[in-house]
Design a protein around this ligand. Sequence first.
Ligand code: ADP
Ligand code: MG
Length: 232
Amino acid sequence: MHVEARGISKIYGSGWLIRRRRLVLDGIDMALAPGKRIGIVGRSGAGKTTLGLILAGILRPDTGQLRCGGIDLWTAGRQVRRRLGQRLQMVFQHPESSFDPRWTLARSLEEPFRLCGRVPSMQDLSAMLASVELQPALLTRRPGELSGGELQRMAISRALAMVPAVLVLDEPTAMLDVLTQARIIRLLEKIQRDTGVTIVLISHDPALINSFCHRVYRLDAGRIDFQGNGGS
Ligand SMILES: Nc1ncnc2c1ncn2[C@@H]1O[C@H](COP(=O)(O)OP(=O)(O)O)[C@@H](O)[C@H]1O
Ligand SMILES: [Mg+2]
C-alpha cells in the first residue's frame, strides 16, 4: 500500500488563559514508498512525534491528507478508516507505557487480535515472539519483569502482528544502551527485508538515521526537506 502525506499541517493551542496557537507542522508532503526505510531527523521539539502520530493515522492533521492506497484516511468512512488504520502501526519511545502493567505479555499481545474478533493460539503468540528473537517463556511475565530491550521487541512484535504496510518507530532505542540499540536496529533491518514493510524511523541521532535509512528527511520549523540517501 502506497502511503502519502499531502499538505499536512498541525496547530497546537497552548496556554490556558490566553490561548496561543503554535503551527508545529506547516504543509508537509511526503511519500512513503513501499518497502523503503525512511528516516526523519530533527532537534527536540521540531514536531517529529507529531508527524509520526499523523503518519501512523493516530492523530488527525488540521489540514492536508494522509492518503493510503489512494484513499484519504480521515475523510473515509469508519469501516474503511479502521481497515486502513490497522495497516499503519507505531512503536513508541517508552515501551513500558505501551503495555498494561497488570497484564501478562500474552494478554497484551492478544489484545489487537481480540479487537478484530480473533483469539490467537499460544502457537501464534510464540511465532510472534520468534520473529523478534524472544523466547516464548516471556509470555507469562508482566511488563515489569522484562528489560527495556525485551519490552521494545514485544512492542515491535505486537505492531507487526497487524501485518502493517507502514511501521512508524518514534525514537525506539533512545532509552536503551548502545549494545541493545545496535541489536534492535539489526533486527529491524532484517524484519524490513523479510516482510517488505515500509519503516519510518524517527530519531534525533543523524548517525543512526543515516546508517539505517534509504531516504532521509529533516524536519525543521514545521517544514520537511529531503536530505539525501542514507548509507543503506
Ligand atoms: N498535545 C500537545 N499539545 C500542545 N502542544 C504540543 C502537544 N504535543 C506536542 N506539543 C508541542 O509541539 C512541539 C512539537 O512536539 P513534538 O512533536 O513532540 O516534537 P519532537 O518529537 O520533535 O520533540 C513542541 O513544542 C511541543 O511542546
Ligand atoms: Mg518526540
